[in-house]
Design a protein around this ligand. Structure first.
Ligand SMILES: Cc1ncc(COP(=O)(O)O)c(C=O)c1O
Length: 482
């Protein structure tokens, strides 16, 4: 991939797009940010963007769309059945992902619902490199269990390993032997493993998983929500693919998988999602579930306008200048924070920069949710909204016990082509200040805890008056600055 050097040696990522539509942001005073936290139960999901300055909650549905995506929306063919827009999307799926049978769904978790409905029953076990929140919730709702099979290095937060998302092949065979292949309807590989910091797997690892899947005749399912980014990191980090195009890398990965599903909110910077395969029997096993849960087979709950933008977005996934923008900005943010000694997930991954809250807030016990507290504290002192990815995002076990997360992370998502470099510098500045003042941050406790996916709607409160102490220190250092 082409590099752009600065004559005076500065090492910064350069935007290869121009901004033509803008949206005003609100940087409200710290007192309003405190009130917003209180109203939102110290849960960053429950904040209004009226109070948020930089929205780094997620890249899901928040990536900037291209002019061509928006233009394509104008040619939408609004038909309940047999729409030409759907035919264009089907072709894009086949061209980019190499699968000829495609089932549309309204977003990624809807694909998980259909897959789980079709294949999971009580006693099923799904081996995976690592879980994603919605994936696990669907599998357990249908009576299944998951087995996470990362290598030990996947759990090492500060590491130099290029492929922390790899699946442990020995453990995979071991678990199949113990549990029995007949109870394992599929093996799931997640591209750019989200919850461990957007960390990729290598193609060699996927080949090895495929070999085991073939040996025991188990389907291999690829969660391709972050496939473009995984392909980009394969290109950068896996020797064999240094000269291979993104499009070819993507095809190699999808060819190795029996079923590919995705959230188009991520993959193609649109809305929607899908499940695709080259196996007609597999397609038929799920076909009837789409009209049942989503909508007719040629729209699947997605607006036809979004179907058009999704088709264009899928082709744009093959454009290096588009796909590398977010990982390159993330790498810059991670480096800036490391320079201020802030503990981060390394190597820098995709979708966001991930702060190691377990270390930043080592004085906060895990059952007082250090990552949730850090996310709330960062919003308070900066208006930057990150996401807790730790114990709050975990679900209780079948007996109702709290399950402590392997990692306590605050994710600062960097959606594609949304932020400028000065905004990224602001985030680094405020996070570095917060790190220096970390001892002022205290824990949280639940006051409202929903039984499923509690992190979305749950409400918490601080265990002490630490937010007020943090505000006092902020005022001391920043005066009247917002
Ligand atoms: C890896 C992965 N799988 C599935 C999903 C669920 O997708 P959606 O949010 O579109 O339902 C996500 C969403 O963030 C994801 O990151």
């Amino acid at each position: 991939m082409d590099e752009i050097k600065f004559y005076y040696g500065e090492n910064i990522p350069l935007e290869l797009h121009k901004v033509r539509v803008v949206q005003k942001l609100h940087l409200v005073p710290i007192e309003r940010r405190l009130a917003a936290l209180e109203e939102g139960g110290y849960n960053t999901f429950r904040l209004s963007t009226n109070d948020v300055f930089l929205d780094m909650l997620t890249d899901s549905g928040t990536n900037a769309m291209s002019d061509n995506q928006l233009a394509a929306m104008m040619q939408a063919d609004d038909a309940y059945a047999g729409s030409q827009s759907f035919a264009r999307l089907q072709k894009a799926v086949e061209d980019v992902l190499g699968k000829k049978y495609y089932l549309p769904v309204h977003q990624g978790r809807a694909a998980e619902n259909i897959l789980s409905n079709a294949y999971i029953k009580k006693g099923s076990l799904i081996p995976m490199n690592y879980h994603f929140t919605t994936t696990m919730a669907h599998i357990t709702q249908y009576g299944g269990k998951i087995a996470e099979l990362l290598y030990d290095e996947g759990y090492v937060i500060e590491s130099t390993h290029p492929f922390k998302g790899n699946m442990n092949i020995d453990k995979l065979e071991e678990i199949i032997k113990i549990h029995g292949a007949k109870n394992i309807p599929f093996i799931r590989m997640e591209a750019s493993t989200n919850l461990i910091g957007g960390q990729p797997f290598s193609i060699q690892n996927l080949r090895d998983v495929r070999t085991v899947a073939d040996k025991y005749k188990i389907r291999l399912v690829l969660d391709a929500s972050l496939l473009g980014e995984n392909a980009y990191l394969v290109h950068l980090r896996e020797e064999e693919f240094k000269e291979t195009s993104l499009g070819d890398i993507i095809k190699i990965m999808t060819d190795l998988s029996d079923i590919v599903y995705f959230s188009a909110r991520k993959l193609s910077s649109s809305r929607g999602g899908g499940i695709c395969t080259n196996d007609l029997d597999i397609y038929r096993e799920m076909e009837a579930l789409v009209p049942l849960f989503e909508g007719y087979l040629t729209y699947g709950g997605i607006s036809v306008r979004e179907i058009e933008s999704m088709a264009v977005g899928l082709y744009e996934t093959l454009d290096e200048t588009m796909i590398r923008q977010s990982p390159d900005f993330i790498a810059y943010l991670v480096d800036s924070l490391l320079n201020h000694n802030v503990p981060m997930v390394t190597p820098a991954g995709v979708l966001g920069a991930h702060v190691n809250a377990m270390k930043v807030c080592e004085h906060i016990p895990q059952n007082q949710y250090p990552a949730g507290a850090l996310a709330a504290a960062l919003f308070l002192i900066s208006g930057v909204r990150g996401m807790e990815r730790g114990t709050v995002s975990n679900q209780r076990d079948e007996y109702g016990n709290e399950t402590l997360a392997d990692m306590e992370l605050v994710r600062l998502a960097v959606p594609r082509r949304v932020f400028t470099l000065s905004q990224i510098k602001y985030v680094a500045d405020r996070m570095a200040w917060l790190y220096e003042n970390r001892k002022l941050i205290g824990g949280l406790r639940f006051v409202y805890e929903p039984p499923v996916l509690r992190f979305f709607m749950g409400g918490l409160e601080p265990v002490s008056d630490w937010p007020q102490k943090l505000i006092a220190k902020f005022k001391e250092d920043f005066g009247e600055s917002l």
